[in-house]
Design a protein around this ligand. Sequence first.
Ligand SMILES: Cc1cc2nc3c(=O)[nH]c(=O)nc-3n(C[C@H](O)[C@H](O)[C@H](O)COP(=O)(O)O)c2cc1C
Length: 230
Amino acid sequence: MRKHFFAIFIAALILALSVYLFAEKEDNKMTKEKNEKVIALPAPREKGALSLEECIRKRRSVRDFAPRKLAMDEVSQLLWSAQGITDESRNFRAAPSAGALYPLEIYLVKEDGLFHYMPKGHKIEQLAEKDLRPALAQAAYGQSSVAEASADIVICAVYERVSAKYREKGIRYTDMEAGHAAQNLHLQAVSLGLASVPIGAFAEEAAAKILSLPRDCKPIYIISIGEPKK
Ligand SMILES: Cc1cc2nc3c(=O)[nH]c(=O)nc-3n(C[C@H](O)[C@H](O)[C@H](O)COP(=O)(O)O)c2cc1C
């Protein structure tokens, strides 16, 4: 009897150890895979070729783009202008935010996939490797500028972050904040010698599905950016 008990105990111990080792291996694999997809962006610069006034003066909605990929420093600069951290001591960002609650999440859609911007550490995480611009253009009722752009920056909102504090004003505050981030993007694009168009006309649910957004994260604005076609 005692012998049996000992054998069962050893078998249970081996089983538990195997389960633990397997789970840890899978966990390591997932962490590694996740880490492999996080890309550190080059530091943004704080001087441009044009003055702010020139950028405001030159900004125009452009809907025809030349086929060209964005360089990593252009991606860095654009994402920084939208939501980059500009006050490290308080983690305040480039665009103002009601109550500094930061309800916006920025997604980048370009030829080599889908990326999510992480303001802390100025990084992007790759979420998909497929070019989702054509599908996003379909969700935008076939607007060709969305498919032709070098990048579509999708400004998404987690309204609850603001509504929890500001109740019925939360939606309005969040939409206003998206406008701030969008305008920064438009002006930054001009400063980089690029152009942009704001896209408000798109089917929200279709876009959310294409980007596989979390349920509480709503796409509210697409900023299509590229080099104007000559
Ligand atoms: C909230 C909003 C939504 C817009 N949606 C679209 C759109 O879906 N497609 C488009 O081509 N332009 C869109 N536009 C751009 C306007 O058509 C454009 O700003 C307007 O014609 C003035 O031209 P400008 O941007 O060159 O000054 C939108 C602009 C705003 C502010």
